[in-house]
Design a protein around this ligand. Sequence first.
Ligand code: AP5
Length: 210
Amino acid sequence: MKLILLGAPGAGKGTQAEVICEELKIPAISTGNIIREAVKNGTPMGAKAKTYMEKGALVPDDVVIGIIKERLVQDDCKGGFILDGFPRTVPQAEALDAMGVAIDRVVEISVPDEAIEKRLGGRRVCGSCGSSYHMEHKPPKQEGVCDKCGGELILRKDDQPETIRDRLKVYHDQTEPLKDFYQGKGILRVVDGQAGIENTTKQVLAALEA
Ligand code: AP5
């Protein structure tokens, strides 16, 4: 299964990718996590990406396409993968096609903007391993501490209200055209991302068969 999870910032792509990769035993690849790690480690790519990311803009296509090209040739991707946050523009989707990657399913997790703005205010992520929590919908066992690695839970820089609005605009302008792109290939399915985390997982898994 080569799966793309599509959806607005905060729609729940990362949350679903984490569960579904366990279920399907394939890796989940998040370009956002790869870029955040590069920023944290101060690599040249991270330095280039940081300013775009912090203001809620997209990192240039050539940088992100380069990341994906390197990642998809690794051995663990041979049996399939989940892409979380890639592609995000039509040129990125075309680059996947040009690499000869045949995507089986694109699942859009649909959540209205008003719900996204509310939801992202409650998100906390682990500063060490990047795991994502929600103060109301997915709280950690101990407040402020990551269940997986014990790291400190923080608010992402791009989860400030103004930046969230900018990211939503970028999503509508640059990423939503992908819906038509994949609808045209007959592989797009849409699920309700407001149904609660477990119900959304059930819908995503059903969409893989439909
Ligand atoms: P990225 O990290 O990909 O951010 P994003 O797409 O904005 O997505 P998020 O991580 O914010 O949200 P999500 O959909 O994964 O939601 P989550 O599961 O965490 O990218 C960040 C930046 O990197 C971009 O702005 C850009 O600069 C750059 N970048 C990355 N990829 C790029 C690309 N391809 N091209 C160019 N630039 C790129 O859930 C959110 C919250 O909601 C959590 O707290 C969660 O617990 C909760 N939640 C999840 N599901 C539910 C539910 N069903 N009900 C209630 N709460 C829920």
